[in-house]
Write a protein that binds this ligand. Structure first.
Ligand SMILES: Nc1ncnc2c1ncn2[C@@H]1O[C@H](COP(=O)(O)OP(=O)(O)OP(=O)(O)O)[C@@H](O)[C@H]1O
Ligand SMILES: [Mg+2]
Length: 268
């Protein structure tokens, strides 16, 4: 669905590449999470998918087509993008921030307004918030608006860049549950990046652990990574802070449990 073929990126003016020879195929209808430390190239990889960043070498193939052969504007409209820092327009209301995305894709004013209302319901935003401006929202509310914008045009591909970065742990938990439920209700291909390994294991059908310059440390299901870390770096990353994770079967569910016996997530 999304194929990265030996992509590298060196930004103008920098000596070292941000991403070096990265290859990975993101499966259709599945949720794949790229996880790695700050600066390892996650955003760079994500923005290659919708041509916000052009690789220095290598290629990205989306829906069977090299993105270089697709019109960037059409490509961006066909892929939902939730940006790292919500990306809301400060002088547009919440409802307009969502509706504008539908308008750009050709919806009439009333269709776009209807769509915005539907999406706000989908991400659990109270309709009364539609009249507010982004500065009048909490961090978690703003991130929900960002997610709603990503979903407006019913994209078959959704890319999300640390969508829950700016919120407290409780709200984060709620938003993660909402993405899980969206993931299971819609047949969207989701590519999400985060630096939070617990979030990666919770949300990903597949998790790709990245090191410096987006070097792939391990790409597999959460259960396999937890049971069989590929190297010391992965072992350290997945066990950071003494949270040595393992999988336990309880009542038919496969739970991710830390060393203290706390449940960190459910594998699906
Ligand atoms: N526009 C740019 N120009 C020059 N260097 C850049 C640019 N964007 C990113 N970089 C550099 O490329 C590297 C990778 O950046 P990127 O934003 O992809 O990392 P990231 O994994 O998303 O980090 P974070 O978790 O902090 O968001 C970093 O060293 C960063 O400084
Ligand atoms: Mg980033």
């Amino acid at each position: 669905m999304i194929e990265f073929e030996r992509v590298s990126k060196t930004y103008p003016g920098s000596a070292a590449p941000a991403v070096e020879e990265f290859s990975h195929t993101v499966g259709e209808g599945r949720t794949t999470v790229f996880v790695g430390p700050s600066g390892c190239g996650k955003t760079t990889l994500l923005r290659m998918v919708n041509r916000m960043v052009e690789p220095t070498s290598g290629s990205v193939v989306v829906r069977g087509r090299d993105v270089r052969d697709t019109d960037p504007v059409a490509l961006r409209r066909s892929i939902g993008y939730v940006m790292q820092h919500s990306g809301l327009m400060p002088h547009r209301t919440v409802a307009d921030n969502i509706a504008d995305i539908a308008r750009l894709a050709g919806a009439s004013k009333s269709e776009a307004r209807g769509r915005a209302a539907e999406l706000m319901e989908l991400v659990n935003l109270d309709p009364s918030l539609g009249r507010r401006y982004p500065a009048e929202l909490s961090g978690g509310q703003a991130q929900r608006v960002g997610v709603a914008r990503g979903l407006v045009n019913n994209p078959d591909i959704l890319i999300m860049d640390e969508p829950f970065g700016a919120v407290d742990p409780v709200v984060r938990r709620n938003l993660q549950q909402e993405v899980l439920s969206l993931r299971d209700r819609l047949n969207t291909t989701i590519l999400l990046v985060t630096h939070d390994i617990d979030e990666a294991f919770l949300l990903g059908h597949e998790v790709v652990i990245l090191g410096e310059r987006a070097a792939v440390q391990q790409a597999d299901t959460p259960a396999t990574i937890i049971a069989h870390p590929a190297n010391d770096a992965v072992r350290e990353f997945t066990g950071a802070g003494g949270r040595v994770l393992h999988v336990q079967e309880r009542g038919g569910d496969r739970l991710v449990v830390d060393a203290a016996g706390n449940i960190k997530g459910v594998l699906r």
